[in-house]
Design a protein around this ligand. Structure first.
Ligand SMILES: Nc1ncnc2c1ncn2[C@@H]1O[C@H](COP(=O)(O)OP(=O)(O)OP(=O)(O)O)[C@@H](O)[C@H]1O
Length: 362
């Protein structure tokens, strides 16, 4: 038996005057899930989170929490404790006083609340800073204090809006693993708003990709990465090469796509679509092979000139351009590229298996 969702959005719409910020969202969030809402600026992520928090009322539709409609229920009168993580710490309180503040407001006794606050500081590995002023903390330490302060009340749901955006790149990566581990250990449901693909994909169990107030795709990071549902998602993730064209059949009757860069055989699985229909084939940049000479035993290949390269740690991204002017990117480890004399301007042949292709809607 599947568990009833902790949160559900049913046909939720939010309009500000005549402007629709969120268009008909249907979404279930399970108890204990780490869900990321991701998309570019203005796509409606924060508005969605604010509706869940009770800071905005939906214009249409129903939001349920543990089965109960909460559209017009202020957060303090709900049965399910939910906390909006705020990075704004009280500057006039020290670290442990910041963490215990919410417990004090709830009337918990001094000894108990101090013990609870210290447990959370310990858990966040910042117990040694308990007596420090907030101004004496680094960005990462403040972030941990803010998390401890949100979690000390043991909410069922934690809402986070770009919590790592002010941190430098190295700290961001460290905090991602802190957050993920914490979420796993506590089983608290995290709803996490970010415009960063790396944050969403490294931490979340499921990612909701939004664009202009609409949900474009909901899925596990792996499913979205491997099978983007639309051209928008493939473009947004930036990890696939996209060949646009028209669906057709080759001389042997196999489903193909006719593009400016050539005709390519499509994956055997999935609906082949209607001949003549406009569509796009996506191929992950890690799934493309590079050959010095035209390969004989492959089903899909295209000649392309190397136009650039970029090294990112263990892998390299090589940029090519086909005769029709389309850019094609290939990402490989240095070992995989070892046998090739990679020179800018040189002609190569790129290939991929039809099963590595994926058809998306325009
Ligand atoms: N109170 C409001 N009144 C009018 N328009 C609003 C209001 N709040 C948000 N909007 C508009 O709704 C749209 C969605 O805003 P929202 O803050 O949800 O986007 P977002 O995806 O979180 O973006 P960002 O990453 O920039 O925070 C934006 O175009 C925004 O200008």
């Amino acid at each position: 038996m599947t568990q009833a969702p902790l949160v559900s959005f049913e046909g939720v719409v939010k309009r500000f005057g005549s402007y629709t910020a969120v268009q008909k969202i249907d979404l279930d969030i399970s108890q204990g899930e780490f869900l990321a809402l991701m998309g570019s600026s203005g796509c409606g992520k924060t508005t969605t989170l604010r509706m869940l928090a009770g800071l905005e009322a939906p214009t249409e539709g129903v939001i349920r929490l543990s089965g109960q409609p909460i559209n017009d229920l202020p957060s303090w009168s709900r049965d399910t404790p939910m906390v909006w993580q705020s990075l704004a710490l009280f500057p006039f309180l020290n670290v442990v006083e910041n963490v215990e503040f919410a417990l004090k407001m709830r009337g918990m006794g001094k000894a108990d609340r101090r013990r609870r606050a210290e447990q959370w500081l310990d858990r966040m590995q910042i117990a040694e800073f308990a007596g420090r002023n907030i101004s004496q903390l680094s960005g990462g330490q403040r972030q941990r204090v803010a998390l401890a302060r949100s979690l000390v009340v043991e909410p069922k749901i934690l809402l986070l809006d770009e919590p790592l955006s002010a941190l430098d790149a190295a700290l961001k990566v460290r905090m991602q693993s802190v957050l993920k581990n914490l979420q796993r250990e506590t089983g608290i449901t995290f709803v996490y708003v970010t415009h960063s693909q790396s944050e969403a994909f490294s931490m979340a169990d499921r990612v909701v990709i939004m664009s202009r107030g609409k949900v474009e795709q909901i899925g596990t990071p792996r499913d979205i990465y491997r099978a983007p549902r639309s051209r928008f998602v493939a473009d947004f993730l930036g990890s696939s090469n996209i060949f646009s064209g028209e669906l057709a059949r080759d001389a042997q009757g196999r489903p193909t796509i006719v593009t400016d860069s050539g005709d390519f055989i499509l994956p055997g699985v999935g609906a082949p679509g209607i001949e003549g229909q406009k569509s796009s084939l996506t191929v992950l940049d890690t799934r493309m092979q590079v050959h010095a000479d035209a390969p004989q035993d492959v089903q899909n290949s295209v000649a392309a000139r190397m136009v650039g390269e970029e090294f990112t740690g263990a892998t390299a991204t090589i940029y090519f351009e086909t005769q029709s002017g389309q850019e094609v990117r290939v990402q490989k480890t240095h070992e995989e590229l070892a046998g090739l004399d990679l020179q800018i301007g040189q002609l190569f042949h790129l290939s991929w298996s039809p099963s590595d292709g994926h058809l998306v809607n325009e």
